[in-house]
Write a protein that binds this ligand. Structure first.
Ligand SMILES: Cc1cc2nc3c(=O)[nH]c(=O)nc-3n(C[C@H](O)[C@H](O)[C@H](O)COP(=O)(O)O)c2cc1C
Length: 368
């Protein structure tokens, strides 16, 4: 049985190089952005963070997405989040990318702005009155500053040695808030129709591209669905993904869960194919894939077994297998899978992302 698994792995495209536009990666595995919530108060990564990225690269993963980085101080989303809002952040980040490159890995930044989720001031698409907080609307002038900040952060990313840029357009942060009709009640050019709600994302993309050119890939992590009652839907997601892919995006990573998220609505994203049942968003991914071919697609959330990973690429649901929590527990999971381990031992308990430890300790698996 083990011999057969090893033989299958040796043949599998999962472990063979893949071209992500101009970037060659050594296999189809992607470590999805995972904040270690352990950078210091000024947003500098610590030695422990650098060691983690070294271990990930040693463990054989093809592409690493660094945990999200705030592009402006006012967009910092939580304690312990790392920054790329100033030139002074660059040298430490360069140490981190050097550690990855020394071990044959490739790494991209993930650029983010917290919007309503920011620590210093809650500001987003529109005035919002939550149960325990109020947020104000960002002015058009401020949106131009946000776009500019994403561009500056993209340039800094290259100075810091990153191999590409991922825009964080998922999980209820600023860009995903703009996409959602539940969070975005604006009445100007950035609200209302889907075309208007996607305007900020398109401006951010165009700005980044104008700063870094075409030799470096730009990726987008986006929601397939907000899983809220009146938020961003899979049909809208397919439209936005298609529009940005037509502009030249290199890869879209499909995730889900945004503003007003309700756990009981997740079922609607599943596939009825039992072979990919563990991949939570597989059903939605098929719909988005139709609209974005031939752009590279990565799929994240719940993927744990080699069988499921193989089926995802064999059936063309996605090109890249993206995971987060399995790498927290087993930074060398890719080597283990290649060596015959049938699945990640992560149980998806979620203890590693308990927000009470953000800024207080380094990311770790809490299960023995
Ligand atoms: C500790 C932790 C930190 C995370 N940080 C980020 C992040 O910085 N950016 C992001 O897009 N997603 C983040 N995520 C979400 C993951 O990238 C991923 O989408 C999610 O965990 C589902 O994938 P999984 O089932 O393979 O863990 C984080 C998840 C965890 C558990």
């Amino acid at each position: 049985m083990m011999d057969l698994l090893l033989f299958t792995c040796a043949m599998s495209v999962l472990f063979k190089p893949y071209s992500l536009g101009p970037l060659e990666i050594r296999n189809r595995f992607m470590r999805s952005a995972t904040t270690s919530y352990w950078s210091d108060e000024r947003g500098f990564v610590r030695d422990e963070n650098i060691r983690l990225y070294r271990r990930l690269a040693e463990g054989g993963v093809g592409l690493i997405v660094k945990g999200h980085l705030y592009v402006m101080d006012s967009g910092k989303a939580h304690e312990g989040m790392a920054g790329i809002s100033h030139d002074y952040h660059v040298p430490r980040l360069k140490e981190l990318t050097d550690a990855v490159h020394e071990h044959g890995g490739k790494i991209v930044t993930q650029l983010n702005h917290g919007g309503y989720n920011s620590i210093s001031e809650k500001a987003g698409p529109s005035y919002y009155r939550g149960e325990s907080w109020n947020a104000r609307a960002l002015s058009v002038e401020e949106l131009h500053e946000v776009v500019e900040a994403f561009g500056d952060a993209a340039e800094r990313s290259l100075e810091a040695g990153f191999d590409g840029i991922q825009i964080h357009g998922a999980h209820g942060y600023l860009i995903s808030q703009f996409l959602s009709k539940e969070a975005n009640k604006r009445e100007d050019d950035y609200g209302g129709s889907l075309e208007n709600r996607m305007r900020l994302l398109m401006e951010v993309y165009d700005e980044i591209r104008s700063r870094i050119g075409r030799d470096v890939p730009v990726l987008l992590k986006m929601n397939s669905d907000d899983f809220s009652l009146d938020g961003f839907t899979v049909e809208e997601s397919a439209e936005v993904a298609q529009a940005i892919c037509k502009r030249g995006l290199e890869a879209v990573e499909i995730s889900g869960g945004g503003f007003g998220r309700r756990d009981d609505l997740y079922e609607r994203a599943r596939s009825d194919d039992p072979e990919v049942a563990e991949a939570i968003f597989a059903g939605h991914a098929v719909k988005i894939r139709e609209a974005t071919k031939p752009t590279t697609m990565a799929l994240v959330n719940g993927i744990r077994s080699l069988g499921c990973m193989q089926t995802i690429v064999d059936k063309g649901l996605a090109d890249l297998i993206s995971m987060s929590r399995p790498f927290v527990r087993e930074p060398d999971i890719v080597r283990k899978l290649e060596g015959g381990q049938a699945e990640a031992t992560c149980t998806s308990c979620g203890a590693c992302s308990g927000r009470d430890v953000f800024g207080k300790e380094m990311l770790r698996c809490h299960i023995d």
